[in-house]
Design a protein. Structure first.
Length: 258
């Protein structure tokens, strides 16, 4: 049996008096990509933010438990959890738009300086970020900002990377680039990936956990879920046409909007 990095059990969360998570439970094994899926507003980001101690002021965990390497981290301060070795690329990317690319990367270094090998990896994965080191992050494209958000998670010796909807709102050509970058990152570290794009899931995910209305309604091998079109349609509310037949994310040539 593979050990888990993260274990979530019976997690209930209230925000502003509303029950948002109704008892979420799943594991993030120490290898591969675990996809957290589900329609808009089902509680994916709330789950991630609960793990990281990043609920809003009017939000709280009312029941359940989160572990990291078997240690109880429920309600642990964010900085303490992050120091255990968690890299996080948030839903809004969290890039400092008025700072340069280089400054954004420097700020992401924890506990002293990142090593040469951290930057070598970043520049190998994202050559654009080296070329644009002195450019203000706010002037980057959406895809480049997403690459920067992912790059920041690679500057520390992390044990786990959490990425929240990295391909949201990106043109298909850029989705392809980000997916390829994530595929290479996933070769280095286990990942909890919040994602709704099934083509991206098909390329990256080993396991799939599907939320609906604050509950886990499915978990298992990603390939098994994707192969079951009825189930995918029921759980994710997507039309049959949206389910990719191939393992590729569409090429730019196939999409006139990019
Ligand atoms: N700060 C908040 N205040 C009030 N309600 C919130 C807050 N954050 C989230 N919610 C509510 O919690 C529910 C789950 O939201 P969450 O952002 O976790 O969903 P999600 O699955 O990440 O959705 P999306 O795919 O749109 O990112 C939604 O109904 C949302 O309106
Ligand atoms: Mg979200």
């Amino acid at each position: 049996m593979t050990a888990s990095v993260i274990g979530v059990t019976g997690l209930q969360v209230e925000i502003a008096g509303s029950r948002i998570l109704q008892g979420v439970g799943f594991d993030v094994p120490a290898t591969g990509v675990t996809a957290l899926m589900g329609r808009n507003g089902v509680g994916k980001t709330t789950t991630v933010r609960s793990i990281l101690g990043l609920l809003p002021d009017d939000g709280r965990i009312t029941a359940g438990r989160v572990t990291f390497d078997g240690h109880d981290i429920t309600r642990e301060p964010t900085h303490a959890t992050i120091r255990r070795g968690v890299g996080y690329a948030p839903e809004d990317r969290g890039v400092f738009t008025r700072l340069t690319v280089a400054e954004n990367l420097t700020l992401a270094e924890r506990e002293g300086r990142a090593g040469r090998h951290h930057y070598d990896l970043v520049h190998d994965l994202f050559p654009d970020l080296r070329d644009r080191a002195q450019q203000r992050a706010g002037t980057l494209s959406g895809g480049q900002q997403q690459m920067l958000a992912i790059a920041r998670t690679l500057l520390n010796d992390n044990r786990l990377i959490i990425v929240d909807e990295p391909t949201k709102g990106l043109a298909p050509r850029v989705v392809r680039q980000v997916t390829e970058a994530l595929r290479r990152v996933a070769g280095e570290l286990p990942m909890l990936l919040v994602e709704q794009n099934l083509a991206v899931i098909r390329q990256l995910a080993d396991r799939a956990v599907v939320l609906d209305n604050g509950r886990v309604v499915h978990s298992g091998p990603a390939a098994e879920l994707l192969a079951d079109r009825e189930r995918t349609t029921t759980l994710l509310g997507v039309g049959r046409a949206a389910i990719p037949r191939t393992t590729r994310v569409p090429d730019a040539e196939e999409d006139s909007t990019s």
